[in-house]
Ligand binder design. Structure first.
Ligand code: ZN
Length: 284
């Protein structure tokens, strides 16, 4: 008798820091969870350098991020520093993947070209509700195919969401999730006027091409997962699983951001704090 072989793909997780500043405790905790999950599943952890935003990313932060990650006790098996079969591992070197995904979406009729300014969008919508990441796009440019555009990637392109459709998924940490397209989020940008893919498009293209089986990231990206599931469907790719982590807050309950310099790993390390004291749930 033959034992049944597992058809499940081997676990591949990723750490995706953005070198726009020093890493703080919030990032490190999420990355630690990602590493724990990869270890539990005897999987591989990929380091992807999310350096697309040229204006905000700095080379000195790339080095600092790597050093801080190592100090914290994180280890990865593939990355810009050690290579691997799914490279390159820096987003600035992966443009071909983003253009391919963009062209595929455009050819499939999922996108429209948008000429609205940020002020136009704000004027046409009610003020965003508290906690919303962006105002819901009012649909002004829907129906425009953009074939008049000479250089397609030098314009803003949005993904037209299926109004009223509930996007449901089960998060590994938070359980069942449900977001309604057109109500909880609107037509979102996939290509920016400055000729860069949006965050949504870049991570979907990368997670697909890198064979990522589970995405571990902060709770603030739960709603983005609904957007990204629409991209996976339009691209005909199987989405990974998702595991969102609670955000670390400061003593006043405010979410940690890069401006919390005192909680950067650098500052904590300089104060003599040990990484093992920072990995648990209690805030130093
Ligand atoms: Zn528009």
């Amino acid at each position: 008798m033959q034992a049944k072989t597992r058809s499940v793909a081997p676990y591949r997780g990723r750490l995706a820091p953005s070198p726009t500043g020093l890493l703080h405790l919030g990032h490190a905790r999420t990355f630690w969870t990602a590493q724990e999950r990869a270890r539990t599943h005897r999987g591989v952890l990929v380091l992807r350098n999310e350096d697309l935003d040229r204006a905000r990313c700095k080379t000195e932060f790339v080095e600092a991020v790597f050093e801080d990650l190592r100090w914290f006790g994180l280890e990865w098996q593939e990355g810009p520093d050690c290579g691997g079969p799914y490279g390159p591992y820096s987003q600035t070197e992966r443009r071909q993947f983003y253009v391919a995904a963009f062209e595929r979406l455009r050819a499939g009729g999922w996108l429209f070209r948008c000429t609205c300014s940020r002020q136009d969008v704000l004027r046409a919508t009610q003020a965003p509700h508290v906690g919303e990441d962006e105002p819901i796009y009012p649909g002004t440019c829907r129906g425009r195919d953009g074939s008049d555009t000479e250089s397609a990637t030098k314009a803003t392109w949005r993904f037209q969401v299926p109004d009223g459709e509930a996007i449901e998924f089960t998060d590994g940490h938070y359980g069942p999730q449900r977001f309604v397209a057109g109500k909880d989020f609107g037509d979102f940008i996939v290509w920016r006027h400055d000729d860069l893919p949006s965050y949504q498009l870049a991570v979907v293209a990368d997670d697909t091409a890198m064979g990522i089986t589970e995405v571990v990231r902060g709770q603030d990206l739960l709603k983005s997962t609904a957007r990204q599931l629409l991209l996976y469907r339009a691209l005909g790719s199987a989405p990974p699983d998702f595991y969102h982590c609670p955000l670390v807050t400061d003593a006043g309950g405010v979410r940690l951001a890069k401006r919390h310099d005192s909680l950067s790993l650098r500052a904590l390390r300089a104060k003599g704090v040990k990484p093992e004291e920072l990995r648990g749930s209690a805030l130093a």
